[in-house]
Design a protein around this ligand. Structure first.
Ligand code: PLP
Length: 439
């Protein structure tokens, strides 16, 4: 039975009190016990985002003519990002509402480019197996074929494998800086050189690392080139709402030049409602997200981003060393950012995840190979020692035969044992149905 709208009005305080109460069962991200989804710095930072977002909550970035304020902020955000990623004056882009939208736009741009400039009716893209599912989604939505290249033993995509997958229909080669699963930057220089030598586009998905890697490099870390300084890179996505520390709903997608960006835009001149122009996927574009992104870039500046990167690197170093020192645990590859995965050769790593969950830690589960995932933010600085102590204890108890509390290990075990991926997708659809029915 659908719910009806309340018959009567309520006071603002009353509604807000109920709203806040709904949080009680949510992931406790402020305490640093959650490892993705939220990039929390501190309350002062959050207040800045709230105020900036609130100032422009009503404005709509769809109309650049109505809101020159937003147009200016967006242009500055895109320009600051282009500068950070070694772009020259030709580099152009737009803001979007997030990594997925940026990626969708890069794939749509590649499709249009291939159709119009190369006469390819059904363009293909080549992406590493570790690439974010937003590329699968883009391929699905835009009817583009996606071919997957396997990573090498170091978790970076194997460039020879990418080369092998090129066909006359290939439009775009993708690499990530870094991919989400293991945090190891793909060989962007080699991928971009390959793309360039074959007359193809090359997109770098720096959604996760874009606003982190340049600062890690300034701090002396060995970060391979990944942006427009690499010849052959033709587009790049980077999320402000991740390590850009902006409010949710903010990312940038950049192109080597304006001609490429034109393929992203959508126009429709026959609508009775007027001449319609839309730079990206969504219609209405939330002004608050643009304003908060602009505000945080000015608030932190290079100094602030460097401070956060320094803290994250120190925490990550401590965690990687600590995990490597725990018997039976193994970090996958050599991660470049504050993102990494670890597995175990002696205990079931999913059971380890459940045991940690029993102690309040929400570590994401991964597959192929089974692993637990960490994404470090400034909020994790305070909890690194406790996390390591808990990991050590949980791993040693499991190794001694003590059972883990019931959690998702059984489900991952079951799913891993089903060879038919369509059947697994069916389970996932049922799961989604259930989630959205229950609310
Ligand atoms: C490497 C990478 N690309 C793209 C995305 C998608 O970003 P969003 O969730 O903002 O759509 C993510 C999200 O974690 C990511 O890690």
């Amino acid at each position: 039975m659908p719910k009806s709208l309340p018959k009567t009005k309520r006071t603002k305080d009353n509604v807000l009190a109920e709203l806040r109460g709904l949080r009680s069962a949510d992931a406790q991200w402020k305490e640093g016990r959650t490892f993705s989804l939220v990039y929390y710095v501190d309350d002062e930072h959050s207040r800045l985002l709230k105020e900036a977002y609130g100032e422009f909550m009503a404005e709509n970035g769809l109309s650049p003519l109505a809101f020159p304020s937003l147009r200016r902020m967006e242009a500055e955000v895109v320009s600051m990002a282009a500068g950070l990623f070694h772009g020259d004056d030709d580099v152009a882009g737009t803001m979007t509402t997030g990594g997925t939208e940026s990626i969708m736009m890069a794939v749509k741009t590649a499709r249009e480019w291939a159709r119009k400039e190369k006469g390819i009716a059904r363009p293909e893209i080549i992406a590493p197996l570790t690439v974010h599912p937003a590329f699968e989604k883009a391929a699905h939505y835009f009817d583009v074929e996606i071919r997957h290249a396997a990573p090498g033993p170091d978790f970076r995509v194997d460039v020879r494998e990418v080369e092998r997958l090129i066909t006359p229909n290939t439009a775009l080669i993708v690499g990530s800086a870094p991919p989400y699963p293991h945090g190891v930057v793909d060989p962007i220089t080699e991928l971009a050189a390959l793309a360039q030598s074959r007359g193809l586009l090359c997109h770098v998905d720096a959604c996760l690392g874009g606003f982190f890697l340049p600062f890690a490099k300034q701090l002396g870390r060995d970060i391979p080139p990944f942006d427009f300084e690499v010849p052959g890179v033709t587009s790049l996505s980077a999320d402000l709402h991740k390590y850009g520390y902006a409010a949710k709903g903010a990312s940038v997608v950049l192109y080597r030049n304006r001609e490429l960006r034109r393929h992203q835009f959508f126009t429709y001149s026959e609508w009775p409602g007027g001449l319609y122009i839309s730079p990206s996927m969504t219609g209405t574009r939330p002004g608050g997200a643009i304003a908060a992104a602009w505000a945080v870039m000015h608030y932190l500046g290079e100094e602030g981003y460097l401070d956060h990167a320094r803290r994250i690197l120190a925490t990550t170093d401590k965690l990687l060393a600590g995990i490597r020192a725990i018997p039976g645990l193994r970090v996958l590859g050599a991660p470049h950012a504050g993102v990494f995965a670890f597995t175990s050769d002696s205990v079931n790593v999913y059971e380890l995840g459940d045991a940690m969950e029993g102690r309040g830690w929400k570590l994401d589960r991964q597959q192929n190979p089974p692993a637990l995932h960490c994404m470090i933010t400034p909020a994790h600085e305070r909890v690194a020692d406790t996390l390591l102590a808990d990991l050590r204890e949980c791993a040693s108890k499991l190794a001694a035969g003590e059972p883990a509390p019931e959690g998702s290990a059984a489900m991952y075990g079951m799913v891993g044992a089903i060879p038919d991926r369509q059947q697994v997708d069916g389970f996932l659809l049922d799961f989604l149905d259930g989630v959205f029915d229950r609310g």
